[in-house]
Design a binder for this molecule. Structure first.
Ligand SMILES: Nc1nc2c(c(=O)[nH]1)N[C@H]1C(S)=C(S)[C@@H](COP(=O)(O)OP(=O)(O)OC[C@H]3O[C@@H](n4cnc5c(=O)[nH]c(N)nc54)[C@H](O)[C@@H]3O)O[C@H]1N2
Ligand SMILES: Nc1nc2c(c(=O)[nH]1)N[C@H]1C(S)=C(S)[C@@H](COP(=O)(O)OP(=O)(O)OC[C@H]3O[C@@H](n4cnc5c(=O)[nH]c(N)nc54)[C@H](O)[C@@H]3O)O[C@H]1N2
Ligand code: SF4
Ligand SMILES: [Mo]
Length: 667
């Protein structure tokens, strides 16, 4: 008989599901959705339902491994933890003594990591080493910078409140793949009479159900949103009373929107002027109206300005103050009153900062000191960083010492000198709060670690000891780290909620309303429509439109959105077979390409060999190869990331994956 144990899913997904995990003899046999939140509502995605295949599959790393073959060949011998840790500590110690701490680069993102495995002892270890600091920009930096500039660190409309909306706008977001629990909520709203508008260069599953679908050229959302703002003012549909009381920068925003007539915006975005007008009419008339802003629109040169302009819409049109009205971006900024940073226990040093987008450059060009040790955890950069060929050139350096702490043998781990086996979240304790669902869980380990796998804190705790960086009396065990996070009255309240309900809610409750339950988090408690700091940070000022990077040689915009069967690159080892490049019928015909043809996709950075799939869902000028693919998904082992530039967005140093411009030909 299987035991049923409770957990929560900390994968990089907005929904943060409550899980019921069926465990037999310490092993996970099946996972089902729980009912501790209305969002999970008893169901979960297939990836986590079948996570046993990931945990116990042949790709799982079960012991420490030391490289025996050439760099990147993926040939290793098994080793004990003692041998592997001695080697890692010795090499890091040598490099630090010779070149300084900054020659060591920790490289990490957010695969399935909350407050215990995301920072904590890893943060303490690299801070005390004096390592280079990583600017974590793969995702959400332009949008976070924009939303915090306009509204401060506040949550948006709760996903469960979408049932109250009369109009739902999905802007650069594809919940059918990336946050499936919003789909039935939207359907309930539609059944109750709500309208649905989708803004996306391709016809997503929900765009098929939408009453209006605007399909802008990638990277032109700022223009679409500014044209809507201009029209709202010009038509007398702006809520001047709300703006007068609650906003600054109104005149300046209006001035910046002024050039974007529907005609001009249509030329740039490819969205017909009639559709722009229809959007404004529907948006102005409906209340409650909510915009669910996603991340598809931020991954380009104009991403920060685009998100800012989209999020200015509910202020201009006066959509706040009613349940189900306003916007949702990331709800990671709900007020918890406690923070994972408390577990790090070491101040950030003033060492150099390296934008993770520039990994390839950092490994091949950086001097004084060069990066001579790379320590990867919670991340799979060969599959997820831009400029893939440059990244691999860097990883091939004989004089680079690379350590990868991983659950499975990823394309990145294959390049390592030492691979260390990591636990899966069901094998360790994790504390995580959602960035869609406004909930927090503290989930104990429910399964026995596979093989010799160790959690991030076990690994970095051992390295703190081995390198003489530990200090007596500081928090080290998961329970001590959790106590540091939950210190104080607020922490005690959360712990009491967790003990009673198994899930906790923010200070402002599970579905706080901006302007009703809490004001904006800006210094003046108003919406700052043109925040000075953002305006100074953006190279051509906030709300500037920078032209398409396409050229005559590389005219097609290659977008790389998320797919249902993986989370970024996670679970890619389970997805067998090749993944096709999707082309619009027009672009395929212009190149004499038929469905199923072998094609070459290339630009000045690299090439990918794949089969073509003709998709009527794509607008002309746009091609699609998903994010997170592994080498085995294409014929030549390169993926969309081989074609992605390592340029950065206008705000937050964000990655510009969707600025890849390519050519395609039959082979
Ligand atoms: N199954 C699954 N779930 C996931 C993930 C996953 O990989 N798989 N990833 C997780 C992560 S890390 C994140 S950040 C979120 C992302 O969640 P989403 O934002 O929903 O995901 P994306 O696929 O990046 O982009 C959404 C949509 O943006 C569109 N798009 C691309 N360029 C533009 C543009 O310039 N303008 C507009 N308006 N739309 C554009 C794409 O066609 C796509 O349909 O999902 C999370 N959930
Ligand atoms: N072309 C293209 N590329 C993209 C994007 C795009 O739009 N286009 N989008 C980007 C986005 S939205 C994101 S968020 C990034 C994600 O980039 P990554 O964070 O690199 O992607 P993940 O697949 O989430 O990789 C996380 C890895 O960490 C491992 N892991 C999980 N938990 C643990 C743990 O507790 N300990 C250790 N040591 N390892 C663990 C997993 O096994 C997995 O291999 O990718 C980006 N890449
Ligand atoms: S990946 Fe998302 S939908 Fe799937 S179980 Fe985790 S939180 Fe739920
Ligand atoms: Mo992401």
């Amino acid at each position: 008989m299987a035991d049923v144990r409770h957990s929560a899913c900390p994968l990089d997904c907005p929904d943060l599901c409550h899980l019921e995990v069926h465990v037999e003899g310490g092993k996970v046999v099946r996972v089902e959705g729980g009912d501790r939140t209305p969002i999970t509502d008893g169901f979960i995605c297939g990836k986590v339902r079948n996570i046993a295949e990931h945990m116990y599959g042949e790709a799982r790393v079960r012991t420490p491994l030391i490289r025996t073959g050439a760099k990147g060949a993926g040939e290793f011998r098994e080793a004990s933890w003692d041998e592997a840790l001695d080697l890692v500590a010795a090499r890091l110690g040598e490099i630090r003594a010779r070149d300084g701490g900054e020659a060591i680069l920790p490289y990490h993102y957010d695969g399935s990591n909350g407050w215990l495995t995301g920072g904590a002892l890893a943060g303490r270890f690299f801070r005390r080493l004096g390592a280079s600091r990583l600017l974590r920009t793969f995702c959400a930096m332009p949008s976070k910078t924009a939303v915090q500039g306009l509204y401060g660190a506040v949550p948006g409309v709760a996903l469960e409140d979408y049932t109250h909306a009369k109009l739902i706008v999905l802007w650069g977001v594809n919940p059918s793949a990336t946050g499936i629990h919003l789909v039935p909520i939207i359907q309930r709203a539609i059944d109750a009479g709500a309208r649905l508008i989708v803004v996306d260069p391709r016809r997503t599953p929900l765009a098929r159900r939408a009453h209006l679908h605007l399909a802008p050229r990638p990277g032109t959302d700022v223009v679409v949103a500014l044209a809507a703002i201009r029209a709202l003012f010009a038509n007398g549909q702006a809520d001047l009373a709300f703006l007068g009381e609650h906003a600054t920068g109104v005149v300046e925003l209006r001035r910046r929107a002024e050039p974007w007539t529907f005609t001009r915006a249509a030329q740039v975005s490819g969205v017909p002027a009639t559709e722009l007008a229809a959007f404004v009419e529907e948006y102005a008339a409906a209340s409650p109206a909510v915009i669910r802003c996603g991340w598809g629109l931020e991954r380009n040169r104009n991403g920060g300005s685009a998100v800012a302009a989209v999020l200015a819409l509910p202020a201009v049109a006066g959509k706040f103050g009613v349940r189900g009205g306003g916007y949702t971006m990331s709800n990671g900024d709900a007020r918890w009153g406690v923070s994972g940073d408390a577990a790090i226990g070491e101040r950030e040093p003033g060492t150099r900062e390296i934008n993770m987008v520039h990994l390839g450059q950092a490994l091949t060009e950086l001097r004084d000191p060069p990066v001579n040790a790379l320590f990867v955890y919670n991340c799979n950069p060969v599959a997820t960083a831009p400029a893939q060929a440059l990244v691999e050139r860097g990883l091939a350096r004989e004089d680079l010492f690379t350590v990868v702490h991983e659950q499975v043998m990823t394309d990145t781990a294959r390049w390592a000198d030492v691979v260390l086996p990591a636990t899966v979240f069901l094998e360790h304790r994790e504390i995580r709060r959602g960035y869609g669902a406004m909930r927090l869980y503290d989930s104990a380990a429910v399964a026995t670690p596979e093989g010799l796998a160790r959690s991030n804190n076990e690994l970095f705790g051992a390295l703190l000891d081995r390198m003489g960086l530990a200090r007596g009396g500081e928090a080290r065990t998961d329970e001590e780290l959790a106590s540091a996070i939950f210190a104080g009255d607020r922490g005690a309240t959360i712990r009491a909620q967790l003990a009673r309900d198994g899930v906790a809610t923010p200070i402002d409750g599970p579905s706080p309303m901006l302007f009703v339950d809490l004001p904006p988090g800006t210094p003046d408690r108003k919406v700052n429509l043109v925040p000075a700091a953002l305006d100074a940070a953006a190279p051509e000022g906030l709300y500037a439109f920078r032209a398409d990077p396409g050229t005559e040689a590389f005219p097609l915009a290659l977008i790389s959105p998320a797919i249902p069967s993986m989370v970024s690159s996670t679970f890619g080892q389970l997805r067998k077979g090749r993944v096709p490049l999707e082309l619009s019928p027009d672009d395929a015909a212009a190149r004499g390409i038929a469905h199923g043809d072998e094609v070459r996709v290339w630009n000045e950075r690299g090439e990918v060999l794949v089969t073509a799939a003709i998709s009527k869902d794509l607008r002309p000028g746009v091609a699609l190869l998903p994010k997170g693919l592994w080498r085995h998904h294409t014929a030549n082992g390169a993926t969309s990331n081989a074609l992605c530039p390592d340029t950065v967005a206008d705000l937050g140093g964000g990655a510009c994956y969707n600025d890849a411009r390519v050519q395609v030909a039959r082979i």
